[in-house]
Design a protein around this ligand. Structure first.
Ligand SMILES: NC(=O)c1ccc[n+]([C@@H]2O[C@H](COP(=O)([O-])OP(=O)(O)OC[C@H]3O[C@@H](n4cnc5c(N)ncnc54)[C@H](OP(=O)(O)O)[C@@H]3O)[C@@H](O)[C@H]2O)c1
Length: 228
């Protein structure tokens, strides 16, 4: 069987290391090109990569997309904290290459985001998003909380109070959505039990994305299909 050649940008980071460990457990994938910050790019090797996985920082995105576009290689990106500048880059390069960006690569959060659509039936309730993460996390509120907030506001058709962010300890990621009326409180909650959950989702996304045509995709498309 021909293995999928995966390039990992930010291979020395917390997520980069986890992604390489997940690839090593997956017989269909090869951690072909782990890239560290300040590594000089080996153009020949980069040209052989089937799909890049990038979990770094917003300022890395432009170079990663340029490098991938040169060889028409797909990119799975999980970096958070993007401004409108990086979001415009995703739009631009998705016309040239298959590009999948998700603020949270866990399958549970992908399903949670779909489930939020049902809250349109109780749009008159009060809503609050809350997230908890480890004390080393740089962005606040988390990219996942921002995505949940966007989907929730779309579902209930109104602007909601900003997500509450708690930082402390080693928490991998907890997200809660409260829907509250005078009579009842409905809570949706997702807890990441380890970092592997994001790495597994990213590798599954990479296997799926390598077979797609250019476009901007999301982890939900891996589960539900692009137009579902
Ligand atoms: N989508 C998801 O499911 C998900 C899940 C977890 C985390 N994340 C996000 O993924 C990103 C990384 O998280 P992490 O916990 O792995 O952080 P981390 O441990 O700080 O790792 C980031 C890695 O990227 C490297 N890097 C940073 N800027 C770079 C640049 N401009 N060029 C090249 N390399 C660069 C860092 O190198 P140095 O050490 O030299 O700075 C480090 O090796 C964050 O945005 C985080 O929010 C997303």
């Amino acid at each position: 069987m021909k293995k999928l050649k995966v390039g990992v940008v930010g291979a020395g980071g917390r997520m980069g290391k986890e992604i390489i460990a997940v690839i090593e457990q997956n017989p269909a994938c090869d951690a072909f090109y782990p890239l560290l910050r300040n590594d000089k790019i080996d153009a020949k090797r980069a040209a052989q990569v089937d799909v890049w996985i990038d979990f770094t920082s917003p300022d890395a995105l432009s170079d990663v997309l340029k490098m991938a576009a040169k060889n028409k290689t797909a990119v799975v990106c999980g970096t958070t904290g993007f401004s409108s500048k990086e979001k415009a880059l995703l739009q631009k390069y998705s016309k040239q290459i298959p590009l999948l960006w998700s603020s949270n690569m866990s399958l549970g959060v992908a399903v949670l985001n779909e489930a939020l659509k049902a809250l349109s039936a109780i749009s008159h309730f009060d809503f609050q998003v809350e997230e908890i993460h480890h004390n080393r996390k740089k962005d606040k509120p988390s990219g996942t909380a921002i995505t949940i907030q966007e989907n929730l506001e779309k579902a209930v058709g109104k602007k909601l109070p900003e997500a509450l962010a708690i930082r402390g300890g080693g928490v991998f990621g907890v997200h809660k959505i409260f829907a509250m009326s005078d009579e009842e409180v409905l809570t949706f909650e997702h807890s990441a039990l380890n970092r592997t959950v994001f790495a597994k989702g990213a590798v599954q996304a990479a296997q799926w994305l390598s077979k797609q045509k250019p476009g901007l995709y999301n982890i939900r498309d891996v589960l539900f299909g692009k137009n579902a």
